[in-house]
Design a binder for this molecule. Structure first.
Ligand code: PLP
Length: 402
């Protein structure tokens, strides 16, 4: 690292907290970020405790810290702890929320062209199984969903839900989730937000968003462990008696042979079996993100903007990012190169990125005439020098061989 580009004190501090920084240039934070020490310590200490005293006993011992996890996650998204459910990942959170609706044939789900592929598959499954109709709002010319198009579609009295991926998995796009929330509030239509790529790189406030459900995961920009996520559920939905289709004995009590009573709060969206080590890891990730504050996301966006500029100067590289605001996800197409192959060759040189192909976003990929895309997702602990190294390695790969 040259003296002229030495990272700021804050970056230095974040890097010291991140053991993984020593071994790799990690530009795959939209895949799974490098965990900071407090997260790693919480995970490993707890697993050892389970081994020493037993899994159920360790959970009892950690009960207060587990309770605190809800508070910390709630603070991250501007919600009280009772509105947070801890689940396995963002997909499960999203599915739990979807399953709370009693969809009937002819009901409408209004969504976007950039929603996450697994979410699109769930909509299509609802269409195939229950005859729900899926309609996708138009994009603005600069990219990103047009809230007025959402309004026109959601006005249909058959609309049961508006669903949106705030930051889609590729394209650097940041959807105007707030404007869509306003449309939903005005029309009185429930609003489900996938904030999987948002939490940890942008401020999230469910009140400002006016959403009813918000699904997210721990391992991405939030820097928590793999295998855990969460769901925010609004009071409006809880008071309406919403609960997931396959509620289990954590979400409800079996009070009589033919009846059950729902748990208070969003806990009714959880499953009984918990990976407690991951719960405590999530707590530390949330605490860490709260301490980093908005400076982290701002730095990640600045690094991504620099990266975009450097990448688009490379021969055969097309930056595919769209939208008014562009986040810490940089997506490129490299002419005559397969992105998965480039990813592996970069990885062999110590640079982590990720790749996607058409099935990861058919609408987006077809519109951009891209077959495979390479994704770089820096975070605040990355340095400018790391970006320079990654770009020159890519340049070497694409100029040397076809
Ligand atoms: C926008 C978006 N939503 C949802 C998901 C799914 O998250 P998980 O794998 O935690 O279920 C991803 C994963 O990449 C994503 O990018």
């Amino acid at each position: 690292m040259s003296a002229s580009t030495s990272p700021s004190l804050a970056t230095d501090h974040w890097r010291r907290d991140t053991p993984g920084c020593e071994g790799v240039i990690h530009l795959n934070n939209a895949g799974a970020a490098l965990m900071p020490k407090p997260v790693i310590d919480a995970l490993t200490t707890y697993v050892l405790r389970e081994a020493q005293i037993g899994g159920y006993e360790a959970a009892d011992e950690a009960a207060m810290r587990v309770r605190e996890t809800y508070e910390l996650v709630g603070r991250l998204v501007g919600a009280p702890d009772r509105n947070i459910a801890l689940v396995e990942n963002a997909t499960v959170a999203f599915a739990q929320a979807l399953s709370a609706f009693d969809f009937r044939p002819g009901d409408l789900i209004v969504t976007t062209r950039a929603d996450y592929p697994s979410n699109q598959l769930m909509y299509l499954s609802l269409a195939r199984r229950l005859g729900v109709e899926i309609v996708r709002a138009e994009d603005l010319p600069e990219g990103g969903t047009d809230p007025d198009s959402v309004r026109r579609l959601a006005r249909d009295p058959h609309t049961r839900l508006v669903a949106l991926s705030w930051v889609p998995t590729n394209s650097g796009l940041v959807q105007d989730a707030r404007a869509v929330g306003e449309v939903c509030a005005q029309l009185g239509v429930p609003y489900l937000v996938d904030a999987c790529q948002t939490v940890g790189q942008m401020a999230v406030d469910v009140n400002d968003l006016r959403c009813d459900y918000l699904a997210s995961t721990a391992r991405k920009f939030l820097r928590g462990p793999r295998g855990i996520g969460f769901l925010y559920v609004s009071d409006r939905m809880l008071e309406r008696g919403a609960f997931p289709l396959y509620v289990d004995m954590r979400g409800a009590d079996w009070t009589d042979p033919d009846s059950f009573r729902l748990a208070d709060g969003a806990r009714r969206f959880e499953n009984w079996e918990f990976a407690y080590a991951l719960v405590l890891g999530l707590a530390e990730a949330a605490r860490y993100a709260l301490s980093v504050g908005s400076a982290g996301g701002q730095r990640a966006w600045t690094l991504a903007a620099e990266l975009r500029q450097s990448l688009e100067r490379l021969p055969g590289v097309r930056v595919l990012d769209r939208g008014r605001e562009r986040c810490a996800i940089v997506t490129i197409d490299v002419r005559e190169h397969d992105a998965a192959d480039l990813k592996l060759r970069l990885r062999a040189r110590g640079v982590n990125t990720s790749s996607s192909d058409r099935e990861d976003g058919v609408l987006d990929m077809d519109q951009k005439s891209a077959r495979t895309v390479l994704r770089f997702s820096p975070h605040y602990y990355n340095t400018e020098d790391e970006l320079t190294t990654a770009v020159s390695m890519l340049e070497e790969l694409i100029t040397r061989s076809p």
